[in-house]
Design a protein around this ligand. Structure first.
Ligand code: DP6
Length: 320
């Protein structure tokens, strides 16, 4: 009745922004991501009807405000008649700061909880359940380069290229700590309701996905860089044109983008992407990683940096 799993955050290169079905949390658009390796969430789930209600510890502290979403995810996985659960999660990176902690959290949760409950499910069903809790979490069940597609009101998710087949590196520049002003879920719903650019965003997404998928198939870094930066800036344009506007960037976010632009001018194979937060993720070829890391560390306003290779999807681990 007790099991543990680990999962890594993923970073979308072609982004999910907007829902076609809010109740079922079905994305309005497909997306393409890379799963990281060194940032990690570990979840332990124990079913125990001796406890009065579900319990959640995050990095050792009770987290009642996060519990409803976690309990609901377990209800979706196992049905409302399930046993009560004690859940513990630990992170080796800052949470709720645009580093996709919800993605790794719900991916690890469904893997640990299904094992603890003795419930057999394939990876796609687990991904669909994780995706109901957080759309991006569906991708963290899988490793390497991952594509999420929409098919008849449901999601299909698969690894399109393994990490070992194109071992890109990711440098994360932390430019602010603390919780973000508005959650990605609320912000994307606001964009869908108020941003005049939202319909165009949805309309052009398939083209960006095709371009990115071809770039991954061909291991064409230049093509992947171009379409990824374009898709990222387009998503942020949709956010900026929302009412009220959604702006996650700060001065250091822009400074990091400038650093990446300068490196590109010097011929370094690197591009940036930014999610619902002020952190900048620089994706590069392995040989460029040290140079990109040094340049971002030297950029004004950067508080910290993290480096990661690409990793595998969520998996069970031995109980602590
Ligand atoms: C900008 O998966 O956090 O990171 O489904 O409402 O939980 P919910 O949204 P979430 O949104 C992620 C948005 C993004 C882009 C992406 O990861 O594709």
């Amino acid at each position: 009745m007790r099991a543990s799993a680990v999962a890594q955050p993923n970073i979308a290169l072609i982004k999910y922004w907007g829902k076609q079905n809010i109740a079922g949390n079905i994305p309005a658009v497909g997306s393409l991501s890379i799963t990281l390796e060194s940032l990690e969430t570990r979840m332990t789930v124990e079913f125990d009807n001796e406890i009065g209600a579900d319990e959640l510890l995050v990095n050792g502290e009770p987290a009642p405000h996060l519990l409803p979403r976690v309990s609901q995810c377990l209800d979706h996985l196992l049905g409302p008649g399930r046993s009560r659960a004690a859940i513990e999660s630990t992170y080796n990176f800052p949470i709720a700061a645009g580093l996709a902690s919800s993605a790794s959290s719900f991916a690890a949760l469904v893997v640990a909880a299904s094992k603890a409950a003795g419930f057999q499910a394939d990876t796609l069903s687990l991904a669909r359940t994780a995706g109901r809790a957080s759309g991006s979490a569906a991708r963290s069940l899988y490793g390497g380069f991952v594509e999420l597609r929409l098919h008849e009101q449901e999601i299909e998710v698969e690894t399109i290229l393994d990490a070992v087949d194109w071992p890109l590196r990711v440098i994360v520049a932390i430019t602010a700590e603390g919780e973000k002003p508005i959650s990605s879920g609320d912000a994307m719903n606001l964009s869908a309701e108020t941003s005049p650019f939202f319909p165009a965003w949805v309309k052009h997404q398939d083209q960006d996905l095709r371009t990115a998928r071809a770039a991954v198939d061909d291991r064409n870094f230049t093509a992947l860089a171009e379409v990824s930066e374009h898709n990222c800036l387009k998503m942020h344009s949709v956010m900026w044109a929302s009412r009220p506007p959604v702006v996650y960037w700060n001065k250091a976010t822009l400074a990091c983008m400038e650093t990446v632009r300068q490196l590109q001018k010097e011929g370094v194979p690197v591009f940036f992407t930014i999610d619902a937060g002020p952190q900048v993720k620089a994706v590069c070829l392995p040989d460029a990683a040290e140079r990109v890391l040094g340049s971002l560390q030297a950029t004004s306003g950067v508080l910290d940096t993290m480096q990661s290779s690409l990793g595998t999807g969520a998996r069970l681990v031995n109980n602590p």
